[in-house]
Design a protein around this ligand. Structure first.
Ligand code: ADP
Ligand code: MG
Length: 431
């Protein structure tokens, strides 16, 4: 099979009902269909799943998709089954299946019905699964959320480290596709090295979000009052306020309520029923504001979140980017306001002190980037995109005027210090 023989647009329409590819999808799919190792870096919501789903549907054999979260796999399998007349077109293989279910999955694969097989990395390490997969036709292997392979990623999973060896055992010439929304050069390098695909065709989408306005304000003891004022000025708009601790989430939600703001708390300490209720209230716009820990947000797709406030500064710029990225999904206004005090950095450093030294060092380096970003007087968008290995022209780039530093430039000598700071950070991260 090669892409020249297939009308990809027709296949896109047939399976997904879309008439156009999004961003780099077509190029990525062409690379996969032609059997190349492929590496895809696209922001969340960029449409990475389709990049492997479409080639899997049109290829001979079964594509194996490695994904870290069972809930995500289930969603994807249900979605794929919805577009095909064949129930067995997509399966999950994991430890929750009973014997007869496993038998059915294997039968569907052997019979060429199953085009996508979702597996968690720990299921792939099971000898019987490796033996079975060796014996059937595999079209390619997709590693979703591939940053889990890197200790520099925000979600390191040791089981991801063995993937390369297992893939080799399943088949020496199976094309490998890595996909991630983590854009830092360091994580990317780790992914390519660990998956053994340094020769991969790489496709990287821009991480610029031109409609987001970035602002950092000093965090004082009046931070709650500052937040209340901001929220009141934006009455009727949907917003998320992130706090570090559950306790702070509860307190701030209450303070907001007392001050007449419709707000609910959300954190992992609440029971599942309450969490679902609060999430639904936010999505259905029964409340304007959700005050949350980082437990809130994964997989929540509310297009018209108008502001994201960080009561506490996040522990890395990846987290900051992910969390602020939940604003303005619809392309409309999205104000990203973070309160910053160096004391909070020290607090985060202290949290890490019990961890292994290597982890502490990584955590420290990531925090230094956050400090650099918070304290810079240059274009925040430029700083952020530079961190993700992307050039940004602060004169002509899209969204160039959309931050506090560009709107209210600091004096020249201060700016000079910032440039020096940035250069230092860049040097340190390259080491
Ligand atoms: P990612 O994994 O990159 O975060 P997803 O694969 O979950 O993104 O896709 C995000 C959304 O984009 C989904 O709702 C998906 O249906 C939609 N999407 C993907 N490709 C296209 C396309 N070509 N046209 C329209 N919508 C698309
Ligand atoms: Mg995805």
């Amino acid at each position: 099979m090669s892409s020249t023989e297939i009308d990809l647009h027709q296949q896109l329409k047939k399976y997904f009902g879309f008439s156009q590819f999004k961003g780099l999808q077509e190029q990525v799919i062409t690379s996969i269909v032609n059997g190349h190792n492929t590496f895809v870096v696209m922001p969340t919501g960029g449409g990475k799943s389709l990049c492997y789903q479409l080639p899997a549907l049109i290829a001979d054999g079964t594509a194996i998709v490695v994904s870290p979260l069972i809930a995500l796999m289930k969603n994807q399998v249900d979605a794929i089954r919805g577009i095909s007349s064949e129930h067995g077109v997509a399966h999950v293989l994991n430890s929750s299946l009973n014997k007869s279910e496993v038998k059915q999955v294997k039968e569907d694969i052997v019979n060429g019905i199953t085009k996508l097989l979702y597996v968690a990395p720990e299921s792939l390490t099971k000898e019987e699964n490796v033996e079975f997969l060796r014996s059937v036709e595999i079209s390619f292997m997709a590693v979703d959320e591939a940053h889990c392979i890197s200790e520099w990623g925000h979600d390191f999973r040791p089981e991801y480290r063995n993937l390369r060896q297992i893939i080799k055992r399943i088949g020496d010439n199976i094309p490998i596709i890595g996909l991630t929304a983590t854009a830092t050069p360091k994580v990317q390098e780790d992914i390519l090295k660990n998956l053994g695909i340094t020769d991969a065709n790489t496709f990287k989408a821009s991480f610029n979000r031109p409609n987001l306005y970035y602002e950092i304000r000093p965090k004082t003891k009046n931070v709650d009052a500052d937040i209340i004022r901001f929220v009141k000025q934006n009455e009727g708009k949907s917003g998320i306020i992130y706090c570090l601790s559950r306790k702070r989430v509860e307190e701030l939600a209450q303070t907001l309520q007392v001050n007449g703001v419709s707000a609910v708390p959300y954190h992992a300490g609440l029971d599942a029923k309450t969490r679902v209720k609060h999430q639904d209230m936010f999505i259905m716009e029964d409340v304007d504001v959700v005050v949350a820990t980082i437990a809130f947000g994964m997989g929540i797709d509310k297009p018209d979140v108008r502001f994201v406030i960080h009561h506490d500064i996040p522990k890395s710029l990846e987290s900051y980017y992910q969390e602020t990225g939940r604003a303005g999904r619809d392309g409309g206004e999205g104000h990203c306001l973070a309160f910053y005090s160096y004391k909070d950095i020290e607090k985060l450093e202290k949290f890490m002190s019990g961890k292994p030294v290597a982890e502490q060092e990584i955590g420290h380096a990531l925090l230094q980037e956050v400090v650099g970003y918070a304290e810079t007087s240059m274009s925040r968008r430029k700083f952020l995109l530079h961190y993700f290995g992307e050039e940004f022209d602060e004169e002509t780039g899209e969204g160039a005027s959309m931050d506090d530093n560009v709107q209210n430039p600091k004096k020249k000598h201060e700016a000079q210090e910032d440039v020096e700071l940035l250069l230092k950070v860049v040097k340190e991260t390259k080491q």
